[in-house]
Design a protein around this ligand. Structure first.
Ligand code: SAH
Ligand code: DHB
Ligand code: MG
Length: 222
């Protein structure tokens, strides 16, 4: 479900407020050339992630779901010179494309792309004492969204921000779809966040160049 007016408005906002640059457009071009699906966040959504990380003063960021590293670049550019971003990617081909895109953006000193299933990488990060993270961006296989939020809580501190992508999916989230594991996982995640006393959250619908979708934003309470 898309609408040409949504795309026009996104283009207008993006040209003025989130114009991007050579490294960001090269990341998208290289991702498409390598056959990656065109499902990165929109430029104005990438800018939102960047601003949230800045407002948060994030120094340590964990992303789950790298793809070609487009959202990674927006987030990593919010870090101070001694900051760190770890991004988890299942598909080694995606991770290779992302590493090249991140290096081209001059961010390879700050960013580590870890290949493997996120649910295997997360316990390793915990064992390494890699947390607490200041901000999480959860954007991988939606069926595991409840597990990813549980892990984010485990690797958080009071004040940590958790952002989850694709929580609306054309409106399907509002009703049960037992046949669709992505919707089931997202609904379980929203219900988990709602009953979790350590999280304060909202979710909202978005329209634009990526169609009709939405984001969840949560904060770990003090
Ligand atoms: N955040 C990216 C888009 C991510 S798309 C951006 O906006 O630019 C989702 C990614 O999650 C895909 O690259 C997919 O391979 C990856 N993924 C799927 N299942 C995963 C898993 N179990 N662990 C880690 N990554 C996974
Ligand atoms: C899909 C995944 C995403 O993370 C996204 O932002 C849009 C679409 C998908 O799997 O279709
Ligand atoms: Mg997404």
């Amino acid at each position: 479900m898309t609408n040409s007016q949504w795309t026009d408005v996104d283009r207008y906002f993006t040209e003025l407020l989130a114009p991007g640059d050579e490294a960001l457009s090269a990341a998208l071009t290289a991702s498409t050339a390598a056959g990656l699906p065109e499902i990165a966040v929109a430029p104005n959504q990438g800018k939102l992630l960047h601003l949230l990380a800045r407002v948060q003063g994030a120094r340590n960021i964990l992303e789950i779901g790298t793809l070609g590293g487009y959202s990674t670049i927006w987030l990593a550019r919010a870090l101070p010179a001694d900051g760190r971003l770890v991004t988890l990617e299942y598909d080694p081909a995606h991770a290779d494309v992302a590493r090249a895109n991140i290096a081209r953006a001059g961010l390879d000193e700050l960013v580590e792309v870890r290949t493997g299933a996120a649910l295997e990488s997360l316990p390793k990060l915990e064992a390494e004492g890699a947390g607490p993270f200041d901000l999480f961006f959860i954007d991988a296989d939606k069926v595991n969204n409840p597990r990813y939020v549980e892990w984010a809580l485990k690797l958080s501190r009071p004040g940590t921000v958790i952002v989850v992508d694709n929580v609306v999916r054309g409106g399907r989230v509002a009703t049960e779809h037992p046949d669709d594991p992505a919707i089931t996982g997202t609904r379980e995640m929203i219900e988990l966040v709602a009953r979790e006393p350590r999280l304060d959250a909202t979710a909202f619908q978005t329209v634009g160049s990526k169609g009709y979708d939405g984001l969840l934003v949560a904060r770990v309470v003090d």
